[in-house]
Design a protein around this ligand. Sequence first.
Ligand SMILES: *[C@@H]1O[C@H](CO)[C@@H](O)[C@H](O)[C@H]1NC(C)=O
Ligand SMILES: *[C@@H]1O[C@H](CO)[C@@H](O)[C@H](O)[C@H]1NC(C)=O
Ligand SMILES: *[C@@H]1O[C@H](CO)[C@@H](O)[C@H](O)[C@H]1NC(C)=O
Length: 488
Amino acid sequence: MRAVTAAFLVAVGASSSLLSQTPFSESHFTSLDDSSVKILTHESHPEHSLTVRSHGSNEASVKGGSSTLEDICPGATKGYTGYLNSGPKHFYFAYFESRSKPAEDPLVLWLNGGPGCSSMTGLFMELGPCTVNEDGESARENPNSWINAANIFFLDQPIGVGFSYSTNESAHGGAGGTFAASEDIYAFMRLWYKAFPESKSLPFSIAGESYGGHYIPVFAHHINEMNEVASLDDQIPLESVLIGNGIFSDTQQASSYYDIPCTNVTGIGPLLNSTVCDKMVDAVGRCEYLMAACHDYPDPIICQAATRYCGQELEVPYVESGRNYYDISKPCEGYLCYPIMNSVTKFLRTDKVRKAFGVDKAAPKFVGCSEKVGREFEKVNDFIIDTRPFVAALLHSGIRVLIYVGTYDWICNFVGNERVFGSLNWRGLPDFRYQQENNKQDWAGGLWWESGLLRYVRVNGAGHMVPWDKPVEALKMFKSWHEKKALD
Ligand SMILES: *[C@@H]1O[C@H](CO)[C@@H](O)[C@H](O)[C@H]1NC(C)=O
Ligand SMILES: *[C@@H]1O[C@H](CO)[C@@H](O)[C@H](O)[C@H]1NC(C)=O
Ligand SMILES: *[C@@H]1O[C@H](CO)[C@@H](O)[C@H](O)[C@H]1NC(C)=O
């Protein structure tokens, strides 16, 4: 979920410093007193370690009194919870093996967006093994979990998000923006494969939504670059990326803040009256050229003016209407406009859940989206990074890309996404546009089209969090993607 911030700031230079290429030395497990907790270390990378606690296995269930993870989260499969430790930084993750064929099904890393939002929202509201009940005190099995078809881990990043934390206040998350986070993700994957070498034979995908349109292209591109220089043995078997309702390019997507509330492109519009909309349409062109100026001359004075103008003229009228930012068909009620987000927050703040999910005592009280981390990304102007070139590079290097968009989202909507992919500078662009114009295909959830390695899927009537609104269709789309089949 992307937080509501006027997101048109100063361009930031991309740091492409590579991690040291020293191969990992022999790893070893060190058992703690709790037999289900293991710490994986690397002699050549003393700054990194992986703390892993298994659940769902026999050893994990030998625990006096307290609830097991499966009690708390019905439908959970075997797996692990734990932390990637990097100096003072501790990244939380929860892993569940596939309900189908864990030894063959793909490995998927799921990331929520924000920036600053926890992937626990993905786990407990969208596609994890269980869904939190409205009372916020219990959860029920999610029959349409994406773990039906894949081994999935949910990772809280950067530091300061969800259950991830730093023991050093000044080494807080977000400060380095998307590019800094990519190095931690890469380290995490290297440690993962060292700990679980059997998962190396599985195709690996990174999936996520919203600000994932920034994270995922950059992280995947970083993995690709590292693969180019890594020995065969150390390569990460990245196969595809999946991005739902993403934010890729502010200049391409800003104008859609007019289309969604002021036209009937969603089938339930227009939502704002013509007085308001006439004023908005006049602002579109000016907003676009101010943003273009900010990209060309990334001076804070220009960019702040662009941010203020575009936010005021194009975002505020919708926000003031009282509708949900993530689903135009609903009112904005509850935390982040969803009553269920209050339930998720309440649930994840209980001791029984923290304990069963192996959350460190030092981790902060759960919040769905950290405003502090969001502000740090703003400070380093991460929002104006255009991630289209990273997506193009992925496609050119043979990585499959699935873009899916719920049509009722406002904040990262389908009109903006279609402008992004209709202008993506890659060799498949002419054919992609031809398919978009002439060859849209029907499927149970809406329309889709594809060219080469790029597939674009509309999910009708879904908001920003597609698996929450359309669980059956979302799972179908996810499965057919991994099976490399057409959608029907
Ligand atoms: C905390 O982090 C800051 C910035 O990275 C560093 O300068 C400082 O030495 C760290 N303090 C400790 C106690 O590790
Ligand atoms: C908007 O589109 C829907 C679906 O095509 C249609 O039923 C509805 O009448 C339209 N509304 C307006 C105001 O044109
Ligand atoms: C249009 O909507 C705005 C904002 O809700 C409101 O202030 C204004 O009175 C409306 N105008 C008309 C003509 O309905």
